[in-house]
Design a protein around this ligand. Structure first.
Ligand code: TA6
Length: 363
C-alpha cells in the first residue's frame, strides 16, 4: 500500500535540499526534526489563508480547468514557498506534492532526470545532464491553465478549431497508471473521458503516456490513443515541445526542411509556402508547421555548444516551429519544435490504438 508517511511535513524555503532528500527517503530523524516546522507552517496557512492551504484538497482524477484566461487565474502558487511532501515510490521515482499539483521525478542510474506533472502529464524538465527543456517565465503552476513549457500534449485538436485551442489533454489531471523503477525508471500516465471531455468531444478513449528516463541519458515518450468506443474518431495533436537554448540568435533547426511545404500562420491570411532553407532559424515572431517533416530533427544550440536531438520514431507526421518573439515569455531562450499530426487528422477505428513515439537526447 502506498502511503505518504511524511504527511504534514512542510518544506518551506530555507529547508535544505539534504532534508528534502531525507524526507523523500523516509528518514525518521528528518521526520522528527521537521515536526515543529510543520506545525508552524500550518499555523501560517491558517493565518494568511495562503494558497498553500489548497494543498489539502485531493486532486480528483480527471479534474480539469477549462478557463485558460490568465486574468482569471487563482493566486499563483509560489513553488519556492509551497509545502513539499515527497515519497520515493519506486527505485529512481519520487512523487512530490507541490501546492495543488503532483510531480514525479525520474532519475536514471546515469543521473539523467526528468520532472513530470500529472497536470497535463507535462514533462517540465529533462536534464541530460544539462537542461533540455524550457518553462516560460509566465507559466502557471496552479492548475488554472496548461503549463506553458516543457512537453505539453495538445490533443485531440492542435491549434484553434471546433473545441478549445490545443484541446483538453494538457489541462486535465492524468492518473499514474503504472510505475517501473530501476536503472531506467518509467511512469505511465492515463487519461480517460470525463463529463468535461465528453462535453466538447463525445468519444470514448483511453490515452496512455509513458515517460522513461534511460540510463543512456535519453528521454523516451510514448503516447497511445485507444478507441474504446463503437464509433471511429479523428484527432490532430502535437507535443508542444519547448526547448531551452542559450541564444535564439545562435540557434538553427536541422532536418528535412528544404523544399518542404509549410503552413505559415504569420502570413495574412495564413498560407502554404515552400521552405527554401536547409536550416530553420528564427529572427522574428514565427509560427510555422512543416508538413511531412519528421524523423530526426536537431536543434543546434550553438551558444551552449550542444545539439538537441528530437527523434520522432513513430506516429508523428509534421514538425511545427514556434517562437512568439516576446521578452515576457522568455523568447530569446527557447524555441518550440513540435512533433505532431497537424495537416492531416489521425483516424482511430473502434478497438484500434494509435502510437506516437519521440525521444530526446543531447549530442
Ligand atoms: O504551436 C504554435 C501555437 O499553436 C501558436 O499558434 C500559439 O498559439 C502557440 O501555439 C501557443 O499556444 P498556447 O495556447 O499554449 O498559448
Amino acid at each position: 500500500m502506498r502511503a505518504f508517511a511524511l504527511a504534514l511535513l512542510v518544506g518551506f524555503a530555507g529547508t535544505s535540499q539534504a532534508r528534502r532528500v531525507a524526507r523523500s527517503q523516509h528518514d525518521p530523524a528528518a521526520l522528527e526534526s521537521d515536526a515543529s516546522d510543520s506545525l508552524a507552517a500550518i499555523a501560517q496557512m491558517l493565518a494568511t489563508n495562503s494558497p498553500v492551504a489548497a494543498f489539502s484538497a485531493p486532486a480528483a482524477a480527471g479534474r480539469f480547468r477549462s478557463d485558460f484566461d490568465a486574468s482569471s487565474a487563482t493566486t499563483p502558487i509560489d513553488r519556492a514557498s509551497s509545502p513539499i511532501m515527497a515519497e520515493t515510490i519506486a527505485e529512481g521515482i519520487v512523487e512530490t506534492k507541490e501546492g495543488p499539483l503532483t510531480k514525479l521525478t525520474l532519475t536514471s542510474s546515469s543521473g539523467a532526470a526528468a520532472e513530470v506533472y500529472t497536470f497535463g502529464a507535462t514533462v517540465t524538465s529533462f536534464k541530460a545532464p544539462s537542461e533540455v527543456l524550457f518553462v516560460r517565465p509566465d507559466a502557471k503552476f496552479d492548475g488554472s491553465k496548461p503549463i506553458s513549457g516543457g512537453l505539453p500534449f495538445c490533443w485531440p485538436q492542435f491549434g484553434p478549431g471546433d473545441i478549445q485551442q490545443h484541446g483538453f489533454a494538457r489541462n486535465c489531471d492524468w492518473t499514474v497508471a503504472e510505475t517501473s523503477g530501476g536503472a531506467s525508471p518509467s511512469v505511465t500516465f492515463e487519461l480517460k473521458p470525463s463529463e468535461y471531455t465528453k462535453g466538447m468531444w463525445d468519444y470514448d478513449f483511453t490515452n496512455k503516456y509513458t515517460v522513461t528516463v534511460g540510463e543512456d541519458n535519453k528521454l523516451q515518450t510514448v503516447f497511445t490513443v485507444e478507441n474504446k468506443g463503437s464509433k471511429e474518431f479523428s484527432f490532430t495533436g502535437a507535443l508542444h515541445s519547448y526547448f531551452s537554448v542559450g541564444d535564439i540568435d545562435q540557434t538553427a533547426v536541422q532536418g528535412a526542411f528544404k523544399g518542404a511545404t509549410l503552413f505559415d500562420r504569420m502570413l495574412d491570411p495564413p498560407a502554404r509556402t515552400e521552405e527554401g532553407r536547409e536550416e530553420v532559424t528564427v529572427a522574428e515572431e514565427t509560427d510555422r508547421c512543416y508538413e511531412g517533416v519528421n524523423g530526426v530533427v536537431k536543434i543546434a544550440d550553438k551558444a551552449n555548444s550542444r545539439t538537441i536531438v528530437i527523434d520522432n520514431k513513430a506516429g508523428y507526421a509534421d514538425t511545427c516551429v514556434w517562437n512568439p518573439w516576446s521578452e515576457d515569455m522568455g523568447s530569446k531562450k527557447f524555441i518550440c519544435v513540435e512533433s505532431g499530426n497537424v495537416k492531416d487528422a489521425v483516424t482511430v477505428a473502434p478497438g484500434s490504438v494509435w502510437k506516437g513515439e519521440m525521444t530526446l537526447s543531447l549530442e
